[in-house]
Design a protein around this ligand. Structure first.
Ligand code: PGA
Length: 250
């Protein structure tokens, strides 16, 4: 059976002091988490402190982005080895805000995924269609392209360290969640695609999270669907009570 993976994407929120407060509340409020993996992804400036606070908590640490080069003249960027050095185990790659606001292409995302894996970071690889694409019935076509190019030349042996997050862009930060049926349909499509690109065993094992306005009111139903293995949570992860309730519902 696949475990459930609940990740909190803090985005560009919370300074160091606020980060310490949120991590402490999550840690203190978390009950036993059998077969559930919890990941927090604070901003870069809080990662090292978060790592110290998370020792022995069972909670994993992730970053929200990284660059695909090893090091060098890339002002403002962060490398995979830097993230490793402050204790990150995960990194979100290809979030729709990176794709749309910062113009990241599928090819760039492919390079980032490869570099993350090379350094032993586990990517949370985000895909998802815009509202316009959904209305034009292009959802599966878009997701297929994002996955095909994103995973190009990544061997089957590396798939075990990748989580895929299906995040319909129209559901992110809008309060408009995909219905469990809509999400399940795309998750199943993604699992079948992984089977075609790799094999059944790989497809059966890969974790596919849903993201987009996940909150305690809808998480239980979404997470009960066959191919929905977890959630990538934005807004609702910034308050310990709602993040903990989502974890409890898994
Ligand atoms: P949201 O964000 O939960 O605020 O919609 C999810 C995400 O962008 O990962």
């Amino acid at each position: 059976m696949r475990k459930k993976v609940i990740a909190g994407n803090w985005k560009m929120n919370l300074d160091l002091k606020e980060s310490v407060a949120l991590i402490s509340e999550i840690k203190n409020g978390l009950e036993k988490i059998d077969n559930i993996e919890v990941i927090v992804c604070p901003p870069f400036t809080s990662l090292e402190t978060a790592k110290t606070l998370l020792v022995n908590s069972g909670i994993f640490l992730g970053a929200q982005n990284m660059y695909f080069e090893e090091n060098g003249a890339f002002t403002g960027e962060i490398s995979a080895s830097m993230l490793k050095s402050v204790g990150c185990q995960y990194v979100i790659i290809g979030h729709s805000e990176r794709r749309t606001i910062f113009k990241e292409t599928d090819e760039v995302i492919n390079k980032k995924l490869k570099k993350a894996i090379e350094h032993g970071l586990k990517p949370i690889f985000c895909v998802g269609e815009s509202l316009d694409e959904r209305e034009k019935n292009l959802t599966t076509k878009i997701v297929e392209r994002q996955i095909q190019i994103g995973l190009k030349e990544i061997p089957q042996s590396d798939l075990k360290s990748i989580i895929i997050a299906y995040e319909p862009v129209w559901a992110i930060g809008t309060g408009r969640t995909a219905t469990p049926d809509q999400a399940q349909e795309v998750h199943k499509f993604i699992r079948d695609l992984i089977k075609d690109l790799y094999d059944k065993a790989t497809a059966d094992k890969i974790i596919i999270q849903y993201g987009g306005s996940v909150k305690p009111e809808n998480s239980g139903e979404l997470l009960s669907r066959q191919d929905i293995d977890g959630a990538l949570v934005g807004g609702a992860c910034l308050k310990s009570a709602s993040f903990l309730d989502i974890i409890k519902s898994a």
